[in-house]
Ligand binder design. Structure first.
Ligand SMILES: [Zn+2]
Length: 311
């Protein structure tokens, strides 16, 4: 456990896949700890949390979820049971959480959608199976209290930071952002286009980065990796990275219609494992859709195949 300025504590849990770990933060509130994010629901997660809370002492006032990805929401039911504290989750985010983890249909739907974007059948099937393997590590709390932009949890203000997830939230107080996966050091947060999600996630994300740079932050506490001492500078760096990636995406297009899968092979030639290819295709599609929104690319589709050309 790491002690951070302002009495904030950070606990780190293992992940079976890169980046190999995820952080939760415990913020001192008026009547107890505010836990932000829960870790992936591996079998021993509840036991790990029990010993963390025992060591810290005091009650838990609230559990806050930044976004519904498995390493952040996966233990929210465990924590609710362990502490009796209310769980808060963004309303947009909880809707997607239910859609992805609450229905048996999600992997099939995603595989069909990937096929629409040119992913070959066997690859889509491998992705479907790999995705389904995550399901047993997600035990999310049902009926969380909804959270929206501008509301408060204790003395922390809720900010909406869509992009990495449509309903991604952060908490801000005195220039400190509890950032979830909105800002990371060393790696750039994945920004993918997914079925039944917002149409231009990279546009959302770039706007969220601009907003981050204007918040006058002095510290960001991310879900993975080290604390970020210059959040505004890091936001500008990540925005510049996506400007480069948009150019590379445009360069991969020519007069012939290209599927998201084909373009992903150019942009991410080494994404061999099924889940890596899944992220590569989603990330490529978010860039292609940004180019469409900018008028630099065109999308054509017939319900069986979607493809893009340079405009
Ligand atoms: Zn994460």
């Amino acid at each position: 456990m790491l002690e951070l300025p302002g009495g904030i504590r950070r606990v780190t849990f293992p992940l079976p896949n890169p980046p190999g770990h995820v952080h939760s933060y415990l913020l001192p509130g008026r009547t107890g700890w505010i836990v932000v994010d829960t870790g992936l629901g591996l079998p021993d997660l509840a036991e790990r949390w029990r010993s963390v809370l025992l060591r810290l002492g005091g009650r838990t006032e609230a559990v806050v979820i930044t976004h519904f990805h498995p390493d952040h929401v996966g233990g929210s039911a465990d924590l609710a049971a362990l502490t009796g504290a209310p769980v808060y989750q963004g309303d947009v985010d909880y809707e997607q959480c239910q859609q992805v983890w609450g229905s048996r249909d999600w992997e099939r739907k995603t595989a069909a959608w990937l096929a629409l974007h040119g992913v070959p059948g066997p690859v889509a099937e491998a992705i479907r199976l790999a995705g389904a393997a995550y399901r047993r590590f997600v035990r999310y709390a049902r009926h969380p209290l909804p959270l929206r932009e501008g509301e408060r949890v204790d003395r922390w203000e809720v900010v909406a930071l869509p992009g990495h997830a449509d309903g991604h939230l952060g908490l801000v107080r005195d220039g400190v952002l509890v950032a979830g996966d909105h800002l990371l050091l060393g790696i750039t947060p994945a920004v993918g286009l997914w079925p039944d999600a917002r149409p231009d996630p990279l546009g959302d994300y770039l706007a969220s980065l601009e907003r981050t740079a204007s918040l006058g932050l002095r510290l960001a506490l991310p879900g993975h990796g080290d604390p970020i001492a210059d959040p505004g500078g890091r936001a500008r760096e990540i925005a510049a990275h996506h400007a480069d990636r948009l150019q590379a995406t445009l360069a991969a297009l020519d007069g012939r219609p290209r599927t998201g899968y084909e373009v992903s092979l150019v942009l991410f030639p080494d994404a061999d494992a099924p889940m890596q290819r899944r992220f590569a295709v989603a990330e490529t599609l978010s860039h292609l859709e940004r180019l469409v929104a900018l008028g630099q690319a065109a999308r054509a589709g017939d319900g069986r195949r979607v493809a893009y050309t340079a405009a």
